[in-house]
Write a protein that binds this ligand. Structure first.
Ligand SMILES: Cc1ncc(COP(=O)(O)O)c(C=O)c1O
Length: 362
């Protein structure tokens, strides 16, 4: 029996636009070879920064392009940190963001997440209790739950963060990957000009290229740039040149449509398979992105399920890592994009069998 890994939130190997990237690499080296192969100002390739500034309606000095968005987040967390600082995150949230915040020194607290975004009462209480420096949210097709914040909650969360003087940081790498349903306005439409936004080309082109970007107030970009310069001098420039060509040639629009055509049937398949096989569990019904978060039936712990899973040819991730308080005892993240529809169908059926066995054993 082939083992199916329900663990890795990565793009499908078959999604990589290899021929287009070869073409873009050749074109950018011909046009900008000397710039891209030299040490370069740390904020990133100027034409790419300009394109991103235009796309996001901000000034170019508010844009920094770096080696993946998680690296920029790390630098940002370090720059903003003052001893004793607290950060609020969704509960659950992306496990690496919790690690990044903690390694910069923050005490991290989670706010309960509903299928339409954070619970506003809990958010208000946490703001009052902890007076956080940072609030980190993934409003669109959240990693790991798949939840998308409602329009109403976006407005309210922005107002609450502003009232309490907390710096809002949104991480939106999945936002362009909506497979169906109505678009919700970006949270940036409601925020003041202190909002910090992180995003990435990892899920739209390739994570191996390591190109992510941040839009932030110019003074914060300057501080992050100073730390970056002291750390790695110059980001990887050739991938930035490739991404710039990709945008210039209009390949991004085509690429996103291709990704949607590849991933939408996978999301449909996992939803149908859960409806068919998973009695008593509950899950968000995402309309895009890479993930679906499953809450196991009462009495089934994800740690026990993970132990049993290999007997059924399944690899599962540790739900607890996504919870700042280490709870998540009934949470399982199901990344569906890198699996074929047949694998997804099999994996969900096996998961249901593993749940039934774990339940009997407990
Ligand atoms: C919410 C979120 N932010 C950031 C990242 C990492 O992005 P990058 O590859 O640009 O560092 C991921 C990757 O899974 C993610 O899910």
């Amino acid at each position: 029996m082939e083992t199916i890994a329900f663990t890795r939130g990565v793009p499908a190997d078959e999604s990589f636009p290899i021929e287009e990237i070869i073409g873009c690499a050749e074109a950018c080296l011909k046009q900008h070879g000397k710039t891209l192969l030299q040490y370069h100002p740390v904020r990133g390739f100027q034409p790419l920064r300009e394109a991103l500034a235009e796309q996001n309606g901000v000034c170019v000095d508010q844009i920094m392009v770096g080696n993946g968005s998680i690296h920029l987040f790390d630098l940002l967390c370090r720059v903003l940190y003052e001893p004793g600082d607290v950060a609020l995150v969704e509960r659950p949230t992306y496990d690496r963001s919790i690690t990044t915040l903690r390694s910069a020194g923050y005490e991290v607290h989670g706010i309960d997440l509903a299928p339409d975004g954070i619970e506003l009462d809990a958010f208000k209480t946490a703001l009052e209790t902890y007076r956080p420096r940072l609030v980190y949210l993934i409003p669109d097709f959240q990693n790991p739950s798949g939840a998308t914040m409602s329009d109403e909650k976006r407005r309210a969360a922005v107002d609450l963060a502003e009232q309490h003087g907390a710096q809002l940081v949104i991480d939106v790498p999945y936002r362009p990957l909506r497979y169906w349903g109505d678009e919700v306005p970006c949270l940036s439409e409601y925020a003041n000009d202190r909002l910090i936004q992180l995003s990435s080309f990892s899920k739209l082109i390739s994570p191996g290229m390591r190109v992510g970007w941040m839009s932030a107030p110019a003074d914060i970009v300057s501080r992050v740039a100073c730390l970056a310069e002291d750390t790695y001098i110059t980001p990887g420039m050739l991938p930035q040149g490739v991404v710039h060509q990709f945008l210039e040639k209009g390949l991004m629009e085509v690429g996103i449509e291709r990704l949607k055509a590849l991933y939408a049937p996978r999301l449909k398949t996992i939803l149908a398979a859960l409806d068919r096989h998973m009695a008593n569990g509950s899950w968000v019904r995402p309309e895009g992105g890479f993930f679906l978060g499953l809450t196991l039936p009462e009495g089934v712990r994800s740690a026990d399920l993970r132990q049993v899973a290999p007997e059924f040819g399944l690899k599962l991730s540790n739900g607890e890592g996504f919870y700042a308080d280490g709870d998540g005892s009934r949470f399982v993240r199901l990344p569906f994009c890198a699996l074929t529809e047949t694998q997804i169908d099999d994996a969900v059926e096996r998961l249901a069998q593993a749940v039934a066995k774990t339940r009997t054993a407990s």
